[in-house]
Design a binder for this molecule. Structure first.
Ligand code: NDP
Length: 288
């Protein structure tokens, strides 16, 4: 029996998700059909595509730019949300809640939103062998991606978190909003500052800004240093990582995070655990 999946976005042609999920399916020996689904960028179009997919027997959907927030809004209004999706304010994984269907609920009531992005990042950092427990962490950026990784980082046992952003008020608002939404985050002392004011030594610095999409570079203080530097961006030269590599830090781009979040979605949908190391090796061989 073939199980059907989609990734919904706009644009979507560039998405590597079909290739990644096919490697997972081969690894656990199940038959899947995973397709890219282009969707008009409006609320009615998005809801229609999702409902038609699940009515047609679809098992699971990934959601990418620009629909993560819209998927969250839909599941908040009707359906359900995981704790991580609630805190992230965004959904990257949709599935059907079988219990709702068994109790006679409609497909619309059964659509459940989860967010695996943050845990995907944490799992990648663990695979890299970088210590998170007790770590002093600086997170640069206060947009959607930063929002989704704060709870998983705290759950992984980091000791200190500083959030730096070009617009400091957005970082401060992010901390206020998340502290109100999550007792775990509220108990953690998080400091905020302007990116240019971020100084000193950290164990780990994560770039969660979208600056890598442009030719600009982050304006970082000269005395900012770390043991490990992570850029959520991937697939291009990243001056952020080069700066820290030149000073002796270990570095990683975010492709492993992409595979990590995909593996968690796949496990959620199929119940099959993925050997992510093995899948990553297979995917890199396909790129050669
Ligand atoms: P958002 O648009 O929500 O946030 C963008 C962030 O980048 C803001 O903090 C913004 O600062 C900052 N920023 C943008 N331009 C500049 C600049 N020129 N100088 C300094 N700061 C800047 O984007 P997302 O949070 O959704 O995505 C961020 C990145 O994470 C993207 O590159 C995306 O590709 C990547 N990502 C990777 C994933 C993976 O699996 N590897 C998963 C999800 C995201 P300000 O608030 O001041 O505007």
């Amino acid at each position: 029996m073939t199980r059907h999946f989609i990734v919904i976005g706009n644009p979507i042609a560039h998405s590597k998700s079909p290739q990644i999920h096919q490697v997972f399916a081969t690894q656990v020996d199940i038959d899947i059909c995973y397709q890219r689904q282009h969707c008009p960028d409006n609320a009615a179009g998005f809801s229609a595509v999702i409902e038609a997919f699940f009515h047609g027997g679809g098992v699971g959907a990934n959601v990418t730019v620009p629909f993560k927030q819209r998927a969250y809004d839909n599941c908040l209004a009707r359906g359900g949300l995981s704790e991580h999706a609630k805190i992230a304010g965004a959904v990257n994984t949709l599935l059907l809640n079988e219990a709702v269907l068994k109790n006679g609920g409609s497909i619309k009531d059964a659509i459940y939103g989860d967010n695996t992005d943050g845990q995907g990042l944490v799992n990648h950092i663990v695979r890299l062998g970088w210590p998170l427990s007790g770590a002093r962490v600086a997170l640069i950026g206060a947009g959607g991606a930063a929002r989704g990784i704060i709870l998983p980082l705290i759950e992984a046992g980091i000791a200190q978190l500083t959030i730096a952003n070009r617009t400091v008020s957005k970082a401060t608002k992010l901390v206020t909003d998340l502290s109100a939404a999550s007792p775990t985050i509220a108990q953690h002392h998080i400091t905020t500052c302007a990116t240019t004011d971020l100084t000193g030594q950290f164990d780990l610095i994560i770039n969660a800004t979208s600056i890598g999409l442009s030719s600009n570079t982050l304006p970082l203080a000269d005395d900012l240093n770390c043991h490990y530097a992570y850029d959520m961006m991937y697939g291009r030269a990243l001056p952020f990582l080069q700066r820290f590599a030149d000073r002796g830090a270990q570095t990683s781009e975010g492709y492993g995070m992409l595979i990590g979040q995909a593996a968690l979605s796949f496990e959620r949908w199929t119940g099959h655990a993925i050997n992510v190391e093995q899948a990553t090796t297979t995917l890199s061989k396909q790129h050669e």
